[in-house]
Design a protein around this ligand. Structure first.
Ligand code: FAD
Length: 118
C-alpha cells in the first residue's frame, strides 16, 4: 500500500498504472481514492512469480499484493501489461527459470510499459 502511494519504481517493474484505489469491500458502497495527476505506480516482477512454486507466472487478479494494491492493479490496462511481460519472460528464459530472468532483457522488450523504471 505504501509503495502504491509513493509510486516507487521497483527495479523489477513490469507494469504501471495510475488507477485509483478502488475497493468493493463494503455493503454501503465502495472506496475510491484517486491519486495526484502526475502519480503512477508499478507492479514488480516478484508479484507475478510465487517463490514457492517453480516456474509459474501469475498475472492479472492472480498476482500477489495487498488488498489496496490489488484493487488498483487488477484493471484491464495493467492486466494486459502483466500478460505481455509474462509472455516475453517465458520466451526469454526458454528452458531456464523465470525466477532468474535477466530483468534488463525483459525491460528491453516492455520498455513502453515501464518507461522510467530503469
Ligand atoms: C463487472 C466488472 C466491471 C469491470 N469494469 C472494468 C472497467 O470498466 N475497466 C477496467 O479496466 N476493468 C474493469 N473490470 C476489472 C477487469 O475487467 C478485471 O479485473 C480483469 O479483466 C482481470 O483480468 P484477469 O486476466 O485477471 O482475469 P479475467 O479477465 O477474469 O480472465 C480470466 C480468464 O480465465 C478463464 N478461465 C478461468 N478458469 C479457467 C480454466 N480452468 N481454464 C481455462 N480458462 C479459465 C476465464 O474464462 C477468463 O477468460 C471490471 C470487472 C468486473 C467484474
Amino acid at each position: 500500500m505504501d509503495e502504491v502511494r509513493s509510486g516507487a519504481a521497483f527495479p523489477d517493474a513490469v507494469a504501471r498504472t495510475a488507477w485509483p484505489i478502488e475497493l468493493h469491500d463494503r455493503e454501503e458502497g465502495y472506496r475510491w481514492e484517486p491519486f495526484d495527476t502526475d502519480h503512477v505506480h508499478y507492479v514488480p516482477w516478484r508479484s507475478l512469480t510465487p517463490p514457492d512454486v517453480d516456474n509459474v507466472v501469475a498475472v492479472g487478479r492472480c498476482i500477489d499484493g495487498d488488498t489496496a494494491a490489488l484493487s488498483s492493479v487488477r484493471v484491464m490496462g495493467p492486466c494486459m501489461a502483466m500478460g505481455t511481460a509474462a509472455a516475453h519472460a517465458l520466451d526469454i528464459v526458454g528452458e531456464g527459470s523465470v525466477h532468474a530472468i535477466d530483468i534488463r532483457a525483459l525491460h528491453a522488450r516492455i520498455a513502453d510499459n515501464v518507461g522510467g523504471a530503469d
